[in-house]
Design a protein around this ligand. Sequence first.
Ligand code: CS2
Ligand code: MN
Length: 391
Amino acid sequence: MKETFRWYGEGLDKISLADIRQTGASGIVTSLHEIPYGEVWSRDAIGKRRDLIKAAGMDWTVVESLPLHEDIKRGTGDLTMLFANYRQSMAHLAAEGIDTICYNFMPLLDWTRTDLHAPVANGGTCLRFEAHRMAAFEIHMLGRMEAAEDYPSDVLTKAAEWYTASTQEDRDTLLASIMAGLPGAFDRYDVNGLRQALQSYSGLGHSDLRANYKRFLDEIIPTAEELGMRFCVHPDDPPRDILGLPRIVSNADDIDWIMSAHDSNANGLTLCSGSLGANPDNDVVAIAEQNASRIHFAHLRNVRKDPDGSFEESAHLEGDTNMVALARVLLNEESRRKANDRPDCDIPFRPDHGHDLLSDASMGTYPGYPLIGRMRGLAELRGVIHALEAI
Ligand code: CS2
Ligand code: MN
């Protein structure tokens, strides 16, 4: 398996490529975060980024993400132009030798947490999703009264207590945590902005979102096939509807639907164990097994769940998902690919998030993307993979 590390780019990421080289990773996962969504990525900008990474002794293994303009998910606006631009960026990436593209289909938000600095037992902090804080945000801060139906009564009571005791600073911190998953230089919303953005999705249900997703696949997968590219959708995080927004990449059935919407190797999956693992109904190892031949990228991290729907990011080998079994599935798939002479037999993976450890807290890196915490995760995963390969 190919070891990779996510990097946000010069000027955006406090971590340098030279730092990442020291983790032992040989591949970089990055995106041109500075380019607004919907615009074409030029060959020049792509080539420069690739060369920068090469000069640091690594390669640009996966694009995460070639982002989708919100209009594509909402099914509004000048879609013909947006799809044409998207295909143009794909052609430019392919021409510069980059062929694996991760993306997601989550309306408005990306990963969502309510606490970016939850303490862990050994020291250090992790990202956490606390059901009652999410409920407080939705109901008391945003005024989405209908959200009360989504939570058990004890969570609602705790949410009201939290809100009553909260200061403006607590509420600002909660909003910032919820917005933190939006990648790179993307605008964050304030409470009013978020209300309006949610309004722009009103009336859009699961089947509408699926229809918009199908259209996206119809528009880009044939081009990906021609260009020899592999697309891999990233699951929803957490894997369920949020803030009343529908989500359609959350479980085994959703993934089946996506894989059969275009039964093509160009239409694949990013196996994100932490995202899928946050729903107790998801058997992550079984989902991996079921879709193994179409996994083009793996995000390996673990979560520990509470019965009320809360969860936190545990150390990579310590949560509810059996990482050793998952690595076994991926290694078996690699062997099958080798036997079939597939060109993509080295599945790239990255430690997807890590705890803030030691000097991480003072570095001010992107939430979830510290240097030492992810290096620890990578080292642990590397150990598992090497051990499995040796037996
Ligand atoms: C990532 C995802 O930061 C993360 O947790 O795994 O947010 C991922 O970058 C995007 O969803 C992919 O488009
Ligand atoms: Mn992920």
